[in-house]
Design a binder for this molecule. Structure first.
Ligand code: SAM
Length: 242
């Protein structure tokens, strides 16, 4: 064991690289970042961007995805794929998490809303990029487990709660940005009303389990709404009584 301890320490040292902030990045996570960079380049003709911002990539590098997946999938935590979580839901593909975060263009003073906390991974990525994140999850069991892991890992600028994110969270509106991580059949009017002038909404819209597109919706200073289709996607549906 002692011998392995010494050898393993050397191997571990060799398997760690440094990110632009000088922080250690485990080799598996660096592999995920490289897969994201490659997929972003491959999808540039759809998305209009051949790379994502350094701030977003640094945030992706900082979050231990293995803490947000089920124990049975820990060995796949850094694959660039969605994975099952509790309650038949999914943790999104790292590429999509990074792209949606980049589209939101989060700034240090921003207050944002996430609809669909799921595992809490997307919330953790946004945590380092904004002043405060409110995150809402309709499945109580998931809301509770995500809140627990986020607290355990020290993400202390996230307020997470159980509820239907289609409606508003009146105490905290308006938001600089809203990210919806489940597919709506159309743009939800209550969410559009919660955006500040200049705010952005990133949301998958389309048929349940069918064709969906990721939309970037922007409200300008005069309240004018514009929307752009960014990429065909496949998300679990936005649920709730309507
Ligand atoms: N952002 C998540 C993550 O990082 O793991 C991925 C979320 S998963 C793709 C979508 C989540 O949206 C599911 O956990 C689902 O229960 C939740 N959801 C669906 N409809 C919702 C609603 N009306 N309000 C809040 N959450 C909802």
């Amino acid at each position: 064991i002692r011998q392995c301890g010494f050898t393993c320490a050397i191997v571990a040292a060799l398997m760690i690289t440094l990110n632009s902030n000088g922080a250690d990045i485990p080799a598996e996570r660096e592999g995920m970042l490289e897969a994201i960079r490659e997929s972003v380049r491959d999808s540039a003709s759809y998305t209009g961007r051949s790379e994502l911002s350094d701030r977003v990539m640094t945030a992706m590098a900082s979050v231990p995805r293995e803490e947000f997946v089920l124990p049975a999938y820990r060995h796949q935590a850094y694959d660039n794929t969605p994975l099952p979580i509790e309650a038949g839901q999914t943790i999104s593909q790292p590429l999509i998490v990074a792209l949606m975060t980049d589209l939101l263009d989060p700034q240090p003073g921003d207050v944002m809303l996430e609809v669909g906390t799921g595992s809490g991974y997307q919330a953790a990525v946004l945590s380092g990029l904004v002043d405060h994140l409110y995150s809402i999850e309709i499945v109580e069991e998931l809301a509770a487990s995500a809140a627990e892991v986020l607290v355990k890992l020290g993400y202390n600028n996230i307020t997470a709660r159980a509820g239907d994110g289609y409606a508003d969270w009146p105490e905290h509106v308006p938001f600089d940005g809203i990210i919806v991580t489940a597919a709506a059949d159309k743009l939800p009017p209550p969410l559009l009303k919660q955006l500040k002038p200049g705010g952005k909404l990133v949301i998958p819209v389309g048929a349940k389990h069918g064709y969906q597109e990721l939309l970037l919706v922007e409200v300008d200073e005069s309240g004018e709404i514009s929307k752009r289709s960014v990429l065909p996607v496949r998300f679990v549906p936005l649920t709730g009584d309507r």
